[in-house]
Every structure is written in structure tokens, then in C-alpha cells.
Design a protein around this ligand. Structure first.
Ligand code: ADP
Length: 503
């Protein structure tokens, strides 16, 4: 995990105030309505960059404030900067950068990429979009999905230009084409993406303010004109011509999770502690529409003691799921909602994710799981079976049957067609898994220009959002590898859109 020390801000010493402000008086009535919603309006600030305004603390002036240092926020800042918007700042309430993006393991789905072409993989943006919509049972926003898929190859190229090469391609559940792009060595994407993006932001001198928590949006005449923050315990107001919310999801906020999904009480979460849904509250308070908030994805392969997510790429690389009786029970490559539901019906509501040495060697994340002590290792099938307390004969029969479906013309009784490999004799491994809270698919409603929309579908001036905090793209089931595509395509896009709007 990346852990960066706050940069000094000499790169932006005394930036000129370039804010064009609306009349505060004209906005008084709108402000009154917003005050009822708990939104604080404040008179436009002018003057030097860091003026002290008493109880409200210092004020500072930026063109754009980006909230959140996950993939979406970092990408937004870099893209904006490269389009000439240099008076910007990224805020992070935690002491570490990267948010949940640090934990992204599968990769980034993208279609028609140069890497797919180099490797002879035929794909199309239309098919990617169709499978994304199908995966979400046609509840996703078609315009946003189409935009994401059409711009996915461009995002892969852009990341490559930043030194983040995702050319090792695999498959995730619900996709019929190998389009999940991972780092060259097959390692977890987040741990390449976050340090790569942080380095790119640092190279440009974009300030990252750690331990700086955004509290509430500043609104004037219906337009967002800044954000109130608490930085290392001190209140500040950051005036801005645009605010980009990239605050991620809500998975670490049990209260908010159960408000929208009471049935998820008590579930473990794969989310980092800062994923507390702040962005939804801040946006909602200024009239943003929240969509599909009950769509909280549970991931079927979460190790429960450590809340470690066992990447879908492990199954994509050949692993199977077996129950406490040593039997397979479902197509492991089906969508997350279906696999989770099937798992919950098994005795004890858990499964063993079982794989051989080839799967272990082909997925770098597994060594990390092993180091964390969650992988059970057996010399062979019988040894593994005795360690995980399943009937050795049953596990042997399960593996034999699985191996048989990898032969030409064979079919699987559970319908698995993707990512099947015959297990080789020798060492076998297992990780005990069950569903865990993983991803907020609902969130702030945006359009394809990342503008935050109100209940009437009108953009709220000055307010943009990108990444997990937004809603409606994935519908009621997100495909593995599509979160990184979402944060990269829309993160890059919002930076470019805001830079163009403020030019
Ligand atoms: P995404 O995948 O959409 O980029 P991440 O979860 O990776 O989302 O990153 C979101 C980041 O935003 C996290 O690092 C989180 O700690 C940070 N964050 C959340 N709420 C706030 C807030 N109120 N102020 C500052 N940072 C925040």
C-alpha cells in the first residue's frame, strides 16, 4: 500500500485568484433552502490564498478541488493538470493514499485495446457494453456504460503513457472475452495503479493533502463554489470553481450500509476504513440525486478472518469452489451475485476456493494471500482434504470431474465454460471464503460529462463526481474488472471536462 508524505505546496505559492463569482445576494433565497438541508453557504472569499477568516479558519483559493486519492481522484487531477488546470489540490482524509483502489485485484476490463490486438484477442466495445449491461441485468445506465466501454482502450493507452502498463490480460466472471488488463507480472492491479498515479501526480507537483477531510460543500446561488474541510483538526474553507467528488463507497459504514440494505447487517467488508459514504451525504445535501443506493455488491470470495478479497482472477485462472462436503456447487465464473447466493446456500454458508500449483504460480496475488496466512497447502488432494476437513474421496472425485470438463467436447454440469484448466498432480491449495460487502454500485447520479445531476436531471453547477461514489453504471451487479475501468475512464474524463469548462 502506498503511503505518501504530504508534499509541501511551494509548487503553488500564491496562485492568482481567477474565480468568477456570482452575486451572493442573488443567491440568498436558494441559500436559505439549502441551509434547511444542512448546507453551509458562505460569502465568496477573495484576497490572498490563505486568508484567516476567524472561526471558519483559513480560506484558500483553487480552480478545482478533488476529494479522494483513489484511482478516480488521482486520475482526475492528473488529467486536469495535463489539460492546463494547474491550480488544483487533492484531499485525502486518511493517512494513506489510494482508498479501495489499493485493494483492486482483478484488473481493468477494456476492449479493442492495443494489448488485446497484439495478443490476437478479438473484441469490440459494443460486446463489452452488452456484457456489462447483461451482467447488471439491464439495470445499468446505457449511456454511461457505452461511454465507459468506448473510452476504455483510450484509458489503457493513457495509463501506459503514465508508465502504468496493463498488458497481462485475463478473464473475469460474466465476460466472454479475455479483456481484464493486469500489470505485466499478473499482480494485483491496485498496487501498480495507485503508486503509478501517485508518482504521476507528484511529478506534476499536484499537492496531495493527507489527513484532510472534506466536510461540506459551499454553495452560492445554487452553484458549488468550494468545500469546507478539516485538516489535521483545523477547519478551512477551500474556494474552488469546481469540486470533484471522488470519495469512493460506503462499505466501511455499517450504519449507512444497513440503512439501504438491512439484510447486510453483520457482513464483513473488504473496504478500507475511509469508505464511509461521505460523498453521498455531501452531494445529497446540495440537491444531488442518489440512484440505486440499495445496490451494494457482495463479493463471493472474501476470507472472513482477515476480510481479504480473493481475486476473481484466481477463479478465472482455474480455481474451483467446493463446499464443506468437498463438492462443487455452481459455475464459479458466473456473476458475483449468483455465486454469492449459491455459496450462502451451502452448509455453513461458505466455500473452499481450491486450486493447484499452476493457478498459484499464474496469479501473483496468491503469494500475498499465502504470506497473510490464509492459504491452506496440501502435498496432494488427499492431504489438502484432510487439512480442510472434507472427505478426501469426495474432493478427489470433484477434481477428477472438473479435470474431465477441460477435455474436448465435454460439458460441465454447472455450466462453467470459462477459465477451466486441468489440475496437475502435486501440491494443492485452498482458501476458505464467504461473501463480504464489496462495492457500492449505487451512488451520485452523473451524466457522461461527470456533472452531478439533481432530481430533475439538471447539472448542479460546479459539482462533478467520478468513481465508486457515482451510481447507475453497473446496475444491480458489477462485473469484476469493471470498477477499475469505471474509475479510470470517468476519472480521466472528469479531469478533462473540468479543465475544458474552466479554460
Ligand atoms: P475510487 O475507486 O472511486 O477512486 P477509492 O475508495 O479508491 O474510490 O478512493 C476514495 C478515497 O476518498 C479514499 O482514499 C477515501 O479515504 C477518500 N475519502 C472519502 N471520504 C473523504 C472525505 N470526506 N474527505 C477526503 N477524502 C475522503
Amino acid at each position: 500500500m502506498s503511503n505518501i508524505v504530504k508534499k509541501t505546496e511551494t509548487a503553488f505559492a500564491a496562485p492568482a485568484l481567477r474565480l468568477s463569482r456570482r452575486s451572493f445576494v442573488a443567491g440568498a433565497s436558494a441559500l436559505g433552502a439549502l441551509a434547511a438541508l444542512g448546507v453551509t453557504g458562505c460569502a465568496p472569499q477573495s484576497g490572498p490564498k490563505a486568508a484567516d477568516s476567524g472561526e471558519e479558519g483559513e480560506t484558500e483559493d483553487f480552480d478545482a478541488v478533488i476529494v479522494g486519492t483513489g484511482g478516480a481522484g488521482l486520475s482526475a487531477a492528473i488529467a486536469a493538470y495535463d489539460q492546463g488546470l494547474t491550480n488544483i489540490v487533492i484531499l485525502e482524509k486518511m493517512a494513506v493514499t489510494g482508498g479501495n483502489t489499493n485493494y483492486s485485484s482483478s484488473g481493468m476490463n477494456a476492449s479493442e485495446t492495443k494489448f488485446q490486438k497484439e495478443q490476437g484477442i478479438e473484441d469490440s466495445n459494443a460486446l463489452f457494453a452488452q456484457e456489462t449491461l447483461d451482467g447488471g441485468h439491464n439495470t445499468g445506465d446505457e449511456e454511461l456504460v457505452t461511454f465507459m466501454c468506448d473510452n476504455s482502450a483510450g484509458a489503457i493507452d493513457w495509463l501506459d503513457s503514465l508508465g502504468i502498463k496493463l498488458d497481462n490480460i485475463t478473464l473475469t466472471g460474466g465476460m466472454s472475452v479475455t479483456r481484464c488488463h493486469r500489470p505485466t507480472d499478473g499482480s494485483a492491479v491496485g498496487l501498480t495503479l495507485v503508486p503509478g498515479l501517485v508518482a504521476a501526480a507528484e511529478e506534476r507537483g499536484i499537492p496531495l493533502r493527507m489527513n484532510c477531510e472534506a466536510k461540506e460543500l459551499v454553495v452560492n446561488d445554487g452553484a458549488v463554489e468550494g468545500i469546507k474541510v478539516e485538516e489535521k483538526g483545523k477547519p478551512k474553507t477551500l474556494n474552488a470553481r469546481a469540486v470533484i467528488l471522488a470519495t469512493g463507497g460506503l462499505g466501511a459504514n455499517q450504519e449507512m450500509v444497513t440503512k439501504y440494505r438491512p439484510d447486510l447487517a453483520g457482513y464483513v467488508t473488504t473496504n478500507q476504513p475511509g469508505a464511509t459514504g461521505d460523498g453521498y451525504l455531501m452531494a445529497e445535501a446540495v440537491g444531488a440525486e442518489l440512484v440505486q443506493m440499495d445496490q451494494i455488491q457482495i463479493h463471493p470470495t472474501v476470507e472472513q478472518e482477515t476480510s481479504t478479497l480473493v481475486a476473481e482472477g484466481v477463479r478465472g485462472g482455474g480455481a474451483i469452489l467446493v463446499n464443506a462436503e468437498g463438492n462443487r456447487f455452481f459455475d464459479e465464473m458466473s456473476t458475483r451475485d449468483k455465486v454469492s447466493a449459491a455459496e450462502q446456500e451451502q452448509p455453513g454458508g461458505f466455500a473452499w476456493c481450491v486450486f493447484d500449483q499452476q493457478v498459484y504460480d499464474n496469479n501473483k496475488a496468491i503469494a500475498k494471500y499465502d504470506k497473510a496466512g490464509i492459504v491452506v497447502t496440501g502435498d496432494d488432494i488427499a492431504d489438502l482434504a484432510s487439512q480442510i476437513e472434507v472427505d478426501p474421496a469426495a474432493l478427489q472425485a470433484t477434481v477428477d470431474a472438473y479435470n474431465a470438463i477441460t477435455t474436448d467436447g465435454a460439458t460441465d454440469e454447472f455450466g462453467r465454460t470459462e477459465g477451466c484448466i486441468a489440475f496437475a498432480p502435486g501440491a494443492m491449495y485452498a482458501i476458505k471464503v464467504a461473501p463480504g460487502i464489496h462495492h457500492a454500485m449505487g451512488g451520485i447520479r452523473i451524466n457522461a460529462s461527470n456533472q452531478v445531476l439533481d432530481a430533475d436531471g439538471n447539472p448542479i453547477p460546479g459539482l462533478y463526481a467520478a468513481g465508486e461514489v457515482t451510481g447507475g453504471i453497473h446496475g444491480n451487479n458489477r462485473i469484476g474488472g469493471n470498477a477499475v475501468c469505471d474509475i479510470e475512464v470517468f476519472g480521466k474524463n472528469v479531469g478533462e471536462v473540468v479543465a475544458a469548462a474552466l479554460a
